[in-house]
Design a protein around this ligand. Structure first.
Ligand SMILES: Cc1cc2nc3c(=O)[nH]c(=O)nc-3n(C[C@H](O)[C@H](O)[C@H](O)COP(=O)(O)OP(=O)(O)OC[C@H]3O[C@@H](n4cnc5c(N)ncnc54)[C@H](O)[C@@H]3O)c2cc1C
Length: 457
């Protein structure tokens, strides 16, 4: 038994909480310690499913008094597996699942354990949306606290741009409300600084009118010309249009002709959030880049643009995230060349054109500071077993080196376990110093350290 496990008393925690506590071997324990990414096999001493903010505060007290490692879990999609721990406590927020939409004021209060997919579907019933990412199973808390970049980024900005308030339990166990008037320093830090400052039990978000959009999946053959052309079109498009393009071997999806499986494609999802006719005009140039392999673009309700996830999918992956100024022909050639050379089960380069509303917010307004970065690039290799990691790590690092330009920033939500220098790259210039000052104030002992950590000293 680990030191941490002996330091905490399960019966004592259980007696003190309204929510469920699961110890090793108990029902729900194995499900509770499983996170999205595969190859992460940690055994917490206890998994606590908090029922309310008071439970969160009590668990924080146990961590504070015993010194055990505390993992905060919302949607469980942390890329380095920060939402589980070896021998510590997992504070699982999935039961903080309230969702109250106020149609009149176009705002919502949402529990810290709600997924972005559930919220998106509920808001769409009123013709409303808040911008999140491309995957519905991702948690609202983890995504929002790091920034939140998705299909509405150019039209409506980042998720943090719509965060109006947060209720947060800090390291001293107090439940605070952070907004522009109350604890404004904390509110600034929460908008990009991740889980460093406390546990968000509820978030208040702004909603936008997003009803029928023109968008969906477009799959094109990937060549240097089509990749370069796609990016040029996406950069020149009106800001109503956001696109996420994955250059990857075509997956064996039933609607794709068998002869295409495994061939390099641009697997893109486009969203034009605006008037239908203008939307059709905006997506037309993408269709014209090459004979589409699949074209599902058209008017649809916003939640319908999301590609459904696969239940029980737990990929083992190596990845790099970066920003570039442009994907020119040379970069496009490198992408094609390197993807063809990968020996991974699946390799992909994901390209997201930024700008628009996200770039209109001043750089120092939130802890997410890469407002002027133009394109986000995520390079990923997925493979069968962690033993294969070294070869794929080398591949992702090599491709990152090949396409890197002057922008040395990083997006915290896509960082792996890459060291302090890369965490600092997520917080350029004065952003870092301001975050350290907020950390000193709200978490001086670094209780919340299992994250992309901003140490207080
Ligand atoms: C398949 C996939 C697709 C993705 N797509 C996008 C995308 O399109 N856009 C984008 O911006 N990001 C995307 N991401 C990245 C995602 O935003 C981050 O991985 C995020 O941290 C996941 O949040 P979560 O709540 O699911 O994760 P968790 O693993 O539960 O949490 C991650 C970390 O966030 C912190 N945290 C979570 N909840 C709280 C809370 N309530 N209070 C305080 N701290 C908390 C903790 O430090 C925790 O370790 C994607 C990730 C994956 C795996």
């Amino acid at each position: 038994m680990s030191d941490a496990a002996t330091a905490i008393s399960i019966p004592h925690i259980r007696a003190d909480l309204d929510g469920r506590v699961m110890a090793p071997g108990e029902p729900g324990y194995d499900e509770g310690r499983t996170v999205f990414y595969g190859g992460i096999d940690r055994r917490p001493a206890a998994i606590v499913r908090a029922a309310n903010a008071a439970d969160v505060s009590r668990v924080i007290a146990v961590a504070r008094e015993t010194g055990v490692e505390l993992a905060i879990r919302s949607g469980g999609h942390s890329i380095p597996g920060h939402s589980t721990t070896e021998g510590g406590i997992v504070l699982d927020l999935r039961d903080l699942d309230t969702l109250e939409i106020d149609v009149e004021s176009r705002t919502a209060w949402v529990g810290g354990g709600v997924t972005t997919g559930r919220y998106t579907k509920a808001a769409a019933e009123h013709g409303l949306a808040t911008p999140f990412g491309d995957t519905g199973s991702v948690g609202i808390s983890g995504l929002t606290l790091g920034g939140g970049v998705g299909y509405l980024v150019r039209k409506h900005g980042l998720t943090v741009d719509d965060l109006l308030a947060a209720e947060v339990v800090t390291a001293d166990g107090k439940l605070l409300r952070a907004d522009t008037d109350s604890h404004p320093d904390l509110f600034w830090a929460l908008r990009g600084g991740g889980g460093n400052f406390g546990v968000a039990t509820r978030l208040q978000l702004r909603l936008h009118e997003v009803d029928t959009v023109v968008g969906g999946m477009l799959i094109l053959p990937a060549t240097a010309e089509t990749i370069y052309g796609f990016m040029a079109e996406a950069e020149g498009a009106p800001e109503e249009l956001s696109a996420i393009a994955n250059v990857m071997p075509a997956p064996p999806m039933p609607f794709l002709p068998a002869e295409q499986h495994g061939r390099l494609v641009i697997f893109a999802v486009l969203v034009y959030a605006g008037e239908a006719e203008a939307g059709e005009r905006a997506v037309a140039p993408f269709r014209a880049l090459a004979e589409p392999i699949a074209d599902m673009l058209g008017p649809k309700r916003y939640p319908e643009v999301f590609v459904p996830g696969e239940e029980g999918f737990h990929p083992v992956a190596s990845a790099r995230t970066m920003y570039v100024d442009t994907v020119d022909r040379r970069a496009a050639e490198k992408i094609v060349e390197q993807l063809q050379a990968s020996t991974a089960m699946m390799a992909a380069v994901q390209l997201r054109v930024l700008g628009g509303a996200a770039a209109m917010v001043p750089v120092d307004a939130t802890a997410y500071a890469h407002r002027q970065s133009r394109i986000m690039v995520n390079i990923a290799a997925m493979f069968g077993s962690p033993d294969e990691a070294p070869v794929h790590e080398q591949w992702v690092a090599g491709l990152a080196d090949a396409v890197r330009q002057d922008d040395r920033g990083a997006y915290v939500n896509f960082l792996g376990e890459e060291g302090q220098e890369r965490i600092r790259a997520a917080y350029p210039g004065e952003t870092w110093d301001r975050l350290v000052a907020v950390k000193r104030r709200y978490d001086p002992t670094n209780l919340f350290r299992l994250n992309q950590n901003i140490p207080p000293d």
